[in-house]
Ligand binder design. Structure first.
Ligand SMILES: [Zn+2]
Length: 452
């Protein structure tokens, strides 16, 4: 589609590009779908469209290292088309899809099917992780060489914890040959059982089966030890507990090859919300509302504090949304029966801006964490470098808006933020030089809608 879209000059915004340490008011020119120039004093090239970004912030498109697009097999929850439309609305121009589809992405054929659908229907760049083990069963490793060659950017059985230490060791050794990270969902199934929430005073009060932070701690400790043993590259998915942050900090200090991500919900919500309590009180949330059920579960205020510190300091490398859309009938059930997960792509930036407004992290640092997921899987995205893909978002950090889950582009309306007012909004998302989301249009745009 390149060449068919007009060139774009994004004029006069505060351009924040953490990869090049840039934070200044200037212009961004996209030509033939690529970043051509970042700076000042450029006239409007012939045939180019101009977007005024005065008073707004212009950054690289966000990179989500962790989402669930559900296709193939669970199209009633989400498709590659609807999930990437949601990504575009959330400012994400690159997403990494997890392998726990039906069938899972454990063979070259399934991987290529996903890639074909993505190249025909996706609104943004889609990369795939492949499973670590055949059928996500935790026993036999997939053909990592073949899958790497076919485009798998990493390996994960996410949704399920890879429980066997021997299999994890071999996975790390094998994936290392292809310079691919192994990413684990860290909850020891023997400790977690059928738990529905975090173990602590709130679970005692509510009488729900609960899992302690130690279920995460023991898996992360083990995986870090095995990463150290093998020299393999390890990525800790959706870190949720203070003790995990301490472990990762220690491992990084020892030079272990580890990266880590945290979700917007683990940074902004505590287990008190399962009891329906939060500041400010959310009228639409009642106790035991299944929209708050997620794995790993929402933790204590102390954990949230440590995660925020870890994000600011860099112990935690990046934000991963763990966008996990589900159908209404999977959430409109008893708490313990509800499918775990939050539809998170469209609320990530608004939720995280709370940390900026509270002075806990600077806006440039937040943008860095929203783009550095590219580094985890060695993706050529997340910067405004000349020659890079023309992936740009235009943001208004002050714009207030009310979350309306019913209006999500995602098929998954499962959001604990529904009804909440956020300050900070994605206005425009540009991918490969095409406007794929424009708040003014209130719709996902396709080619030809530019310049209006
Ligand atoms: Zn997971």
């Amino acid at each position: 589609m390149r060449g068919e879209t007009p060139d774009l000059l994004i004029r006069g915004g505060r351009v924040i590009d953490p990869a090049s340490n840039r934070d200044e008011v200037c212009d961004v020119l996209i030509q033939d779908g690529r970043i051509e120039y970042v700076g000042s004093g450029l006239g409007l090239p012939d045939g180019a469209a101009e977007i005024s970004a005065e008073g707004l912030v212009v950054t690289p498109g966000f990179v989500d290292p962790h989402c669930h697009l559900r296709q193939p097999g669970y199209e009633y929850k989400e498709t590659i088309a609807t999930g990437t439309a949601a990504a575009a609305a959330g400012g994400f121009t690159t997403v990494c899809a997890m392998a726990n589809t039906k069938p899972p992405v454990d063979t070259r054929t399934t991987l290529e099917t996903v890639q074909e659908v993505a190249s025909a229907e996706a609104a943004v760049h889609v990369y795939s992780l492949a499973a670590i083990t055949m059928g996500l069963k935790g026993k036999q490793l997939v053909q990592m060489g073949e899958l790497s060659e076919a485009g798998a950017v990493g390996f994960s059985d996410d949704g399920i914890t890879l429980a066997s230490p021997a299999v994890m060791r071999h996975a790390l050794e094998y994936a290392k040959r292809f310079d691919r990270p192994v990413a684990n969902h860290c909850e020891d199934p023997a400790l977690t059982g059928d738990a529905a929430m975090n173990e602590g005073p709130v679970s005692m009060r509510l009488g729900l089966a609960a899992t302690p932070v130690q279920a995460e701690e023991v898996i992360i400790a083990r995986d870090l030890a095995l990463a150290e043993l093998t020299g393999g590259s390890y990525h800790a998915l959706h870190v949720s507990a203070a003790r995990s942050v301490d472990l990762i900090r220690g491992a990084k200090e020892r030079g272990v090859n580890v990266t880590a991500e945290v979700t917007p919900h683990h940074l902004t919500l505590t287990d008190e919300i399962v009891a329906g309590r939060w500041e400010p009180i959310i009228a639409s949330l009642r106790p035991y509302d299944p929209v708050t059920r997620v794995n790993p579960p929402l933790r204590s205020a102390e954990d949230v504090r440590a995660l925020r510190d870890g994000l600011a300091s860099g112990v935690i490398d990046c934000i991963g949304t763990d966008h996990a859309p589900h159908a209404g009938h999977e959430k409109h059930v008893e708490y313990a029966e509800a499918a775990p997960g939050i539809s998170g792509l469209e609320t990530a930036f608004g939720a995280l801006m709370q940390l900026v407004h509270d002075g806990e992290i600077s806006l440039p640092r937040l943008i860095e964490r929203l783009t550095s997921g590219a580094g985890v899987y060695r993706l050529p995205h997340g910067s405004l470098a000349v020659g890079a893909a023309g992936d740009v978002v235009v943001l208004d950090p002050e714009r207030e808006w009310v979350v309306d889950a019913a209006a999500f582009r995602s098929r998954g309306k499962n959001s604990p933020y529904h009804g909440l007012t956020f300050r900070g909004r994605v206005l425009k998302t540009i991918c490969d030089g095409r406007v794929v989301f424009d708040l003014n249009e209130e719709s996902v745009e396709t080619v030809g809608a530019l310049g209006v």
